[in-house]
Design a protein around this ligand. Structure first.
Ligand code: G3P
Length: 228
């Protein structure tokens, strides 16, 4: 079985930082170990260093700036996140958009440093163009469904189907689907439609019992991958 790509985006939820952020990361690490899957956590920049030391699952940044080292106040550079222990980063999330030239700059520098990259797009039409920049994966998420509790798999399955066709135009780039993923069935459908994995935030970060939620999502991802 090809392993599913699983990304939990911590965003800026109240469970994303401090003691609660650490607890969340530990829960996800536990489920990752129990299910023999890799769960990538995309965390606030201020938490990268701490979480990279405390858990064994891969830690990503949520954003990096494509600027070089030097006079750039407030920048989070590829060098910063690498030094803090990140394995990679999301880029161009709908909530943190990046100009395409800046994206290209960031990706080139990330590659030199051996960092992984996942470019987010808000529509399937951008899957192939962004794929040409050769990130590790493209994550497609219709913005209107992000945080809505209504999944892309249910509300806009054609986005996944079209995105899967688009990613075939570029070589060696994975396609991930996200937005509103809430149940195991959402994940199962997304992967059956051709996605290589899923991205999730609110359903896990706001859950009363995040362990139960992520277990359900991961087990359904495995079930769908096994059936491929
Ligand atoms: O990066 C994943 C994220 O944007 C999805 O958010 O809350 O719809 O799972 P959510």
């Amino acid at each position: 079985m090809k392993p599913p790509i699983i990304i939990v985006n911590f965003k800026a939820y109240e469970t994303s930082y401090g003691k609660r952020g650490l607890e969340m990361a530990k829960i996800l690490e536990k489920v990752s170990i129990e299910t023999s899957t890799e769960i990538i956590i995309s965390v606030p920049a201020t938490m990268i260093s701490r979480l990279a030391q405390e858990v064994t699952i891969p830690v990503y940044a949520q954003h990096v700036d494509g600027v070089s080292e030097g006079a750039h106040t407030g920048a989070v550079t590829p060098e910063h996140i690498k030094d803090a222990g990140a394995r990679g980063s999301l880029l161009n999330h709908s909530e943190k958009r990046v100009r395409m030239d800046e994206l290209d700059d960031a990706l080139k520098r990330m590659k030199k440093l051996g960092l992984e990259s996942v470019i987010c797009v808000d529509r399937y039409e951008l899957v192939a163009p962004m794929g040409l920049l050769k990130p590790g994966a493209v994550l497609v998420e219709p913005p209107e469904l992000i945080g809505s509790g209504v999944s892309v798999s249910k509300a806009r399955p054609e986005v996944i189907t079209n995105a899967v066709n688009e990613i075939r135009k570029v070589e060696d780039v994975y396609l991930i689907a996200g937005a509103g993923i809430t149940t195991g069935e959402d994940v199962y459908v997304a992967i059956k439609l051709g996605s290589d994995g899923f991205g999730v935030a609110s359903a896990v970060m706001k859950a009363k019992d995040p362990q139960k939620v992520i277990q359900d999502l991961v087990l359904n991802a495995i079930r769908a991958m096994e059936e491929k």
